[in-house]
Design a protein around this ligand. Structure first.
Ligand SMILES: NC(=O)c1ccc[n+]([C@@H]2O[C@H](COP(=O)([O-])OP(=O)(O)OC[C@H]3O[C@@H](n4cnc5c(N)ncnc54)[C@H](O)[C@@H]3O)[C@@H](O)[C@H]2O)c1
Ligand SMILES: [Zn+2]
Ligand SMILES: [Zn+2]
Length: 404
């Protein structure tokens, strides 16, 4: 039997590549596996040889020690792979298929899944609706920053690429379908972006850049990206966005007025989440900053797309309230402006097929927008620390060295 190697969370600031078990079609006990999920049979699943698997800002929350992730957790929820084994109950996915895996795990059988809300599947995580591979409090499904991984509910979940050769040519783009491209797009759709919209995107990490590119695809007239990281803002300018450096300016509305002539946008997207920094020089962490500033700069009646992650437990939070996810949000302002808030994980399956078509037709240029950078599995620990320092890159792990 083949071996298996994976990126493992060791402790705050530390990840390692370790030998782990080759997967089989059952969820076995291990670090982070929910007791009620131990022994769960997955004859509806497949084993994938991982072709690409990306490092995400969501992984960084765990690696920074900002969650209760246990040592030994196998990381990785952004997975693209080739099917090497199919379970007894898989009917339509075949050995050899090249597929994108939605980062949410969804059964296809519960009320949420039947309503296409696969981000809050009721059957995959005993703790709460919603699940993901390689993530704290998400049921314990083994992560895919590895050579091989098991994916349950294969017929329902997997997006098969129509032509393998064509897909391998665009694999740096297609690898973004497992999470950040649908996530950025969902942020833009839920913010109500349409032809001519003016849009503010908070955060120029990979999700923010994906949201900015998505807003362009949806026809926005102006996309303004804010961050405190000048290198990442340069990346946003490289594909036509306006930018605001929030480490230099503490009044976002004034900066938007300089660009648009008015201090408000039609739509705003939070691509930062709970580790947000305050605006202006000498900023420290201030977790409600983005939520409050997008209420300030979005016009009355506007919609706020909030893919940025907020948690119910944060051991490293700045105060006792924030440790349980209670933030100082000026809800009175949002109420007065009749804002709509859209939060939560992205229902990837609502978008991934259409976005695949946009990639294959050449219309979407997501790899270029996020500066996709291919690395080996052994380079992953270094990439984690570079990403943590804020390089303007989206790291794509190629565990078998198959990308040229
Ligand atoms: N909803 C979902 O399904 C989903 C999916 C993927 C990622 N996420 C979340 O999206 C967020 C972004 O992901 P990423 O990979 O781009 O992370 P990232 O950490 O690379 O990027 C976050 C960026 O926000 C910037 N930032 C900090 N404070 C800011 C502020 N006040 N205003 C503007 N920018 C600020 C940081 O400098 C950084 O560049 C994370 O919270 C991640 O967990 C959610
Ligand atoms: Zn992700
Ligand atoms: Zn379900």
């Amino acid at each position: 039997m083949a071996g298996n190697r994976a990126v493992v969370y060791v402790g705050p600031g530390k990840v390692e590549v370790r030998d782990i078990d080759y997967p089989d079609l059952v969820l076995r006990d291990g670090p982070g596996v929910n007791k009620l999920n131990v022994g769960r049979k997955c004859e509806h699943g497949v084993i994938l040889k991982v072709v690409t698997t990306n490092i995400c800002g969501s992984d960084q929350h765990m690696v920074r020690g900002r969650t209760t992730a246990p040592s030994g957790l196998v990381l990785g929820h952004e997975i693209t792979g080739e099917v090497v084994e199919v379970g007894r109950d898989v009917e339509f996915i075949k050995k050899g298929d090249l597929v994108s895996v939605p980062f949410n795990i969804a059964c296809g059988r519960c009320r949420s899944c039947k309503e296409q809300n696969t981000h809050i599947c009721e059957n995959v995580n005993p703790d709460r609706p919603g699940s993901a591979y390689g993530y704290v409090d998400m049921g314990g499904w083994v992560g895919g920053q590895s050579e091989y991984v098991m994916v349950p509910y294969a017929d329902f979940q997997l997006l098969k690429f129509p032509d393998k050769d064509q897909a391998m040519e665009k694999i740096r783009d297609l690898t973004m379908l497992s999470d950040i491209f649908p996530t950025g797009y969902h942020g833009a759709v839920s913010a109500g972006v349409k032809t001519g919209s003016t849009v503010y995107v908070a955060g120029a990490g990979p999700v923010g850049l994906a949201a900015a590119h998505s807003a362009q695809l949806l026809g926005a007239s102006v996309v303004i990206v804010g961050d405190l990281n000048e290198e990442r803002l340069g990346q946003a300018r490289s594909f036509g966005c306006e930018t605001v450096n929030l480490s230099l300016h503490d009044n976002l509305g004034e900066q938007i007025e300089q660009i648009l002539g008015v201090p408000e946008v039609d739509c705003a997207i939070d691509c930062v989440g709970f580790e947000a920094h305050g605006h202006g020089p000498n900023h420290g962490e201030a977790p409600a900053t983005v939520l409050n500033s997008i209420m300030q700069v979005t016009r009355a009646g506007g919609r706020l797309g909030i893919p940025g992650l907020y948690v119910t437990g944060d051991p490293g939070a700045i105060d006792e309230d924030a440790k349980i996810g209670s933030l100082k949000i000026r809800i009175g302002l949002g109420w007065a402006k009749a804002h709509t808030f859209v939060t939560g994980q992205t229902p990837v399956m609502q978008y991934h097929r259409q976005l695949m078509n946009s990639i294959l037709s050449g219309k979407a240029q997501i790899a270029k927008a996020v500066n996709a950078t291919v690395i080996s599995l052994d380079e992953a620990p270094r990439a984690y620390s570079e990403f943590d320092r804020g390089v303007a890159r989206k790291f794509v792990i190629d565990p078998h060295g198959v990308l040229k």
